[in-house]
Design a binder for this molecule. Sequence first.
Ligand SMILES: *[C@@H]1O[C@H](CO)[C@@H](O)[C@H](O)[C@H]1NC(C)=O
Ligand SMILES: *[C@@H]1O[C@H](CO)[C@@H](O)[C@H](O)[C@H]1NC(C)=O
Ligand SMILES: *[C@@H]1O[C@H](CO)[C@@H](O)[C@H](O)[C@H]1NC(C)=O
Ligand SMILES: *[C@@H]1O[C@H](CO)[C@@H](O)[C@H](O)[C@H]1NC(C)=O
Length: 146
Amino acid sequence: MHISILASIVAGVFASPMATPAVQIHPSSYPGKCIDVHGEFKIGTPIVSWDCTTPANQTWMVLRGATHIVVANKDFCIYAEESVGYNATLVRCAQGQVFDYRYNRLMINGTYPGLCLDLPGNDSQNGNPITVADCNDATSWLTTPA
Ligand SMILES: *[C@@H]1O[C@H](CO)[C@@H](O)[C@H](O)[C@H]1NC(C)=O
Ligand SMILES: *[C@@H]1O[C@H](CO)[C@@H](O)[C@H](O)[C@H]1NC(C)=O
Ligand SMILES: *[C@@H]1O[C@H](CO)[C@@H](O)[C@H](O)[C@H]1NC(C)=O
Ligand SMILES: *[C@@H]1O[C@H](CO)[C@@H](O)[C@H](O)[C@H]1NC(C)=O
């Protein structure tokens, strides 16, 4: 593998024109936990942290550029209002937030700088919602191939 491509992957930025890999997304402190669609694939379903046991609910594509965090092979994306404490939910991708996966943070690329997805309280309990927090306090996330 070419070193610059490797560096891009390590940085969490997926180089085009490589196909966007499907990944699981884990809080760095808890590699056995996954960002999970907790329920049916429909608008408003909560996005939580859960044991990495149900890949169908935990397989994502983090697309490069002005794009979204997409449930693999579905027209559903993560939505997180630009408001500290907001619980992330599922939306159709046209309404999905633009994120920037940098420095292992999932930053909302919105109107207000410095907001990131967080595992509140660094609490590993299943069902803990993924929320919006100040990036300085927010969880770092790792991806692994799904
Ligand atoms: C996984 O998704 C299905 C629907 O697609 C849902 O019924 C189930 O509750 C989800 N599992 C978890 C652990 O959220
Ligand atoms: C973030 O927004 C800026 C300004 O709109 C844009 O130039 C940049 O490409 C966006 N980054 C991502 C990862 O979407
Ligand atoms: C976020 O989810 C938690 C856990 O389900 C709930 O207790 C809390 O009220 C929710 N917060 C908002 C702002 O809806
Ligand atoms: C989160 O909790 C884990 C387990 O207790 C700990 O190893 C880790 O350092 C914590 N991370 C943060 C950012 O506090």
